[in-house]
Design a protein around this ligand. Structure first.
Ligand code: CA
Length: 221
């Protein structure tokens, strides 16, 4: 899952970056409203953490413009302490949830997980496909109860497929969701990650749909 982090306060931005990365998210960051607006429009994020008080352009106007342009991605706003006006304005502008500063990192991660799950139509913290289980809280993957060891890229590919199980996911979708913005994106490496995952998963779970991409085929529960 790929997240846009928009926060201008360097220490908090750094803490958020570390925590989000440790939780398995791929994180792009912006420290001003102009860059944030641009990135949100051109990159396919799974969620945004958006500070409201930003240089150049405030978070509310960025959010309003995204929503006016039809962007539906989940947005969690960070508001100033005790500013109920900011919360109301933020929700009216199209925020899906908010947190007031200061907040506990665990709470931010929990709220973000919930937003991403709901955006994907999943109400549960665990994503399953047959005997395969991904716990979004711990970023742990098990197969028939046995822990699977995955590299961070393998995990991202599998998590994306699980969030979109039974749908065809194109190679370009995967590339956009597993690599950071400035990374040298080589589509051949997606095939390498898929090949490695296939060796770790039950035979036939990842189907190649010729010309379109990949699909995770899950047996009926
Ligand atoms: Ca700020």
């Amino acid at each position: 899952m790929r997240v846009l982090l928009v926060e201008d306060e360097p220490t908090l931005a750094q803490q958020l970056q570390v925590s989000l990365s440790a939780a398995g998210y791929l994180v792009d960051s912006a420290d001003n409203g102009v860059d944030a607006h641009y990135l949100g429009e051109v990159e396919p994020y799974d969620a945004v953490v958006l500070d409201i008080g930003l240089p150049q352009r405030d978070g509310l106007s960025v959010l309003q413009q995204w929503r006016a342009a039809g962007l539906t991605l989940p947005v969690l706003i960070l508001t100033a302490r005790d500013s109920w006006r900011e919360k109301v304005a933020g929700i009216d502008a199209g925020a899906d949830d908010y947190l007031s500063k200061p907040f506990h990192m665990e709470e931010l991660l929990a709220r973000l997980r919930a937003l991403i799950r709901r955006a994907g139509g999943h109400a549960c913290t665990e994503l399953a496909c047959g005997a395969l289980l991904l716990d979004t809280r711990s970023s742990r993957v098990t197969l028939a109860g046995v822990a699977l060891t995955l590299t961070s890229h393998e995990y991202r590919v599998l998590a994306y497929l699980l969030h979109h199980r039974d749908a065809v996911v194109s190679r370009s979708d995967l590339i956009e969701h597993i690599y950071a913005q400035d990374y040298d994106r080589d589509s051949n490496t997606v095939e390498v990650f898929i090949a490695r995952l296939r060796k770790k998963l039950p035979a036939g779970m990842i189907t190649t749909v010729r010309g379109l991409g990949y699909r995770l085929d899950c047996p009926p529960a």
